[in-house]
Design a protein around this ligand. Structure first.
Ligand code: FE
Ligand code: FE
Ligand code: ZN
Length: 277
């Protein structure tokens, strides 16, 4: 079964997101828990939660919540750190009330403090907030390495997992655009990259894939998504990824913005056709 879906807004409710997903042959989706630039989260209504529950019971794959971009656990500023801890806690608590498997976040930017200090700060929040009985798996997203981003090297992700008290609730979401920009050559050597990931992090930690093409060349350390097939990665690599024995059962999320839903629909149609071949 190919679980694939777009990034969708839940501003009008989970019920609208589910209907939108279904309208383009998607069987999962990703959403922001709150405005991606920060701010307060909207209340979720009972009725929309029931629609989401019904979707998951009738064949939807794992649904993925994405933390706001402004959540930076590695920041220098006290207020930014306070927001990171507060939003992380509030999001995780609310996710317990809906059928959502994953909470994905960008590990953070150390803004000049150095990777070691950054990881120390990330771990401080993870170890303060996460709890033994939580049911949501927290995913570290692989990053492109722009600016002072942490998480563009598999070693950094491994170190965060190693230092976490609740490592059993941690996994990784691999973003194809980001790792290609970070210098992992999934176009020429997908097997080699996965082998490295397995050695450094452990392939069992890999729980989700962000399928994005890239506007930037290999190893550019830039984060510019392109629609599938319209960038430097190309369709062939995406076919390889969705068929790869170590990846084919993971959920795939499309997150390059399109003008309308149909843009995602067209990408899903191409991938579904390729998959059934
Ligand atoms: Fe992301
Ligand atoms: Fe991503
Ligand atoms: Zn990105």
């Amino acid at each position: 079964m190919l679980y694939i879906g777009p990034h969708l807004s839940i501003a009008k409710g989970f019920d609208v997101a589910v209907a939108n997903a279904r309208s383009i042959d998607a069987n999962t989706f990703q959403f922001f828990t709150r405005n991606p630039r920060g701010g307060r989260a909207r209340e979720w209504r009972e009725e929309e939660i029931s629609v989401l529950k019904e979707a998951v019971h009738s064949g939807f794959g794992p649904v993925l919540a994405h933390a706001p971009y402004t959540l930076n656990m590695a920041s220098k500023g006290e207020r930014t750190l306070e927001f990171a801890e507060l939003a992380f806690r509030e999001d995780l608590e609310r996710l317990e009330t809906i059928p959502c498997d994953f909470y994905n976040f960008h590990p953070g930017s150390h803004v000049g403090q150095g990777v070691a200090k950054g990881i120390e700060k990330i771990l401080k929040i993870l170890n303060t907030v996460m709890w033994k009985e939580q049911s949501t798996l927290v995913l570290l997203e692989t990053m492109s390495g722009k600016g002072s981003e942490i998480g563009s090297r598999f070693e950094e992700l491994a170190e965060i997992i190693k230092g976490a008290d609740c490592a059993q609730h941690l996994g990784v979401c691999l973003d194809t655009c980001h790792i290609y920009s970070a210098g992992y050559d999934i176009v020429e050597d997908l097997d080699g990259v996965l082998e490295t990931f397995d050695k450094v992090v452990g392939i069992h930690r890999l729980k989700a894939i962000h399928l994005n093409d890239s506007m930037m060349p290999f190893n550019s350390k830039k984060d510019r998504h392109a629609p599938l097939g319209k960038g430097t990665i190309g369709w062939e690599t995406f076919y390889n990824i969705i068929h790869h024995p170590q990846l084919k059962d993971l959920p795939f999320y499309l997150e390059t913005p399109h003008e309308d839903l149909e843009g995602y629909g067209a990408e899903i149609e191409v991938l579904r056709k390729a998959y059934s071949r």
